[in-house]
Design a protein around this ligand. Structure first.
Ligand code: HEC
Ligand code: HEC
Length: 261
């Protein structure tokens, strides 16, 4: 009799633990890059960082602090590695650990992303007519452009300006490498034994709303479930260069970008 309740408590405890460490373990910013987040990041940057890195982030002459607008061109840099640099500092330098909340640090990462300049930030031009056809074949099941398609995956019109070209390619070639919290996969088993996989849209102590792999919204009472498992990895399949060439990806991104205008 007490089992569902106990299960629920255990599950809650596990999910709380999971949320707090995924925020810091992420390689991509788990917060939605909103205007508000950028404003918070900019204010914090002016208060805590500008003395050394300059108000525009380009560094202050002779201070030894690097030009942060060039940051994203460095080999191996990720939003996660920048997060850790800000949180932990760089030992034996003036870059001391910053005593900030995780969300504040992510707002700084967003700010740094927005001032970043670099060779790989620009997507080359593509053919948006070819791109539209490829999008309809490969992506529309999970992403939507101008209301056509599914809301299972993120809105790429918003995402594209916030990512470098290299990151966009990486996301399509290796979707499992980083999945933002909002799109973590869950695997549910109902008491009747039905198995459902999907992305969580809304959740509280008693119910969970997901978009399942057929792109349908489904709500479950948690007491009707015998299992809720958070899964590593993305619902998005990896597309190899044999399935979609680099040029074809450029065409798809060009279609998305130009249709958002
Ligand atoms: C007292 C001066 C000082 C302050 C304040 C400071 N930094 Fe730094 N920062 C440095 C120096 C110096 C380095 C280079 C350390 C080294 O030699 O590697 C650095 C390095 C960095 C790097 C790594 C750059 C790279 O090329 O890898 C990042 C990112 C960074 N700072 C972000 C910030 C942010 C964000 C803040 C504000 C929260 C901040 N810093 C505050 C002095 C400072
Ligand atoms: C089966 C569903 C599915 C299909 C098909 C799919 N995606 Fe995704 N995609 C997702 C989900 C879910 C995410 C969010 C989780 C993640 O980042 O992997 C995502 C994330 C992404 C991201 C990263 C977003 C970010 O935050 O950086 C890009 C870029 C992307 N998809 C592009 C594409 C393109 C281009 C296609 C078609 C070639 C495609 N996707 C096909 C489900 C899908």
């Amino acid at each position: 009799m007490a089992r569902p309740f106990l299960f629920c408590l255990l599950w809650l405890a596990a999910s709380v633990a999971l949320d707090s460490d995924t925020v810091t373990a992420q390689e991509v910013n788990p917060l939605q890059n909103s205007r508000k987040l950028l404003a918070v990041g900019n204010t914090l940057f002016q208060e805590r960082c500008a003395d050394c890195h300059g108000a525009d982030g380009r560094g202050v002459e002779d201070s030894g602090s690097p030009d942060l607008t060039q940051l994203w061109n460095k080999e191996g840099i990720t939003e996660g590695s920048v997060f850790r640099t800000i949180r932990d500092g760089i030992s034996e330098t003036d870059m001391t650990p910053q005593d900030l909340l995780d969300n504040q640090i992510w707002s700084l990462v967003s700010h740094l992303r927005s001032i970043g300049v670099g060779i790989d930030t620009e997507l080359p031009d593509g053919n948006n007519v070819t791109g539209a056809v490829l999008f309809a074949t490969h992506c529309v099941a999970c992403h939507s452009v101008n209301g056509n398609g599914s809301g299972l995956g993120p809105n790429l019109i918003e995402i594209i300006p916030q990512r470098t070209a290299a990151q966009l390619f990486h996301s399509v070639r290796n979707p499992d490498a980083s999945v933002s919290n909002r799109y973590r996969q869950v695997h549910l088993v109902t008491r009747e034994g039905e198995e459902v996989r999907g992305v969580v849209r809304n959740e509280n102590n008693v119910s969970i709303l997901i978009i399942d792999s057929n792109q349908e919204q489904r709500a479950f009472n948690k007491f009707s479930l015998s299992e809720i498992t958070r899964e590593e990895g993305s619902m998005m399949p990896a597309f190899s260069p044999a399935q979609l060439s680099d040029q074809q990806l450029v065409d798809i991104f060009d279609y998305i970008r130009t249709s958002g205008q």
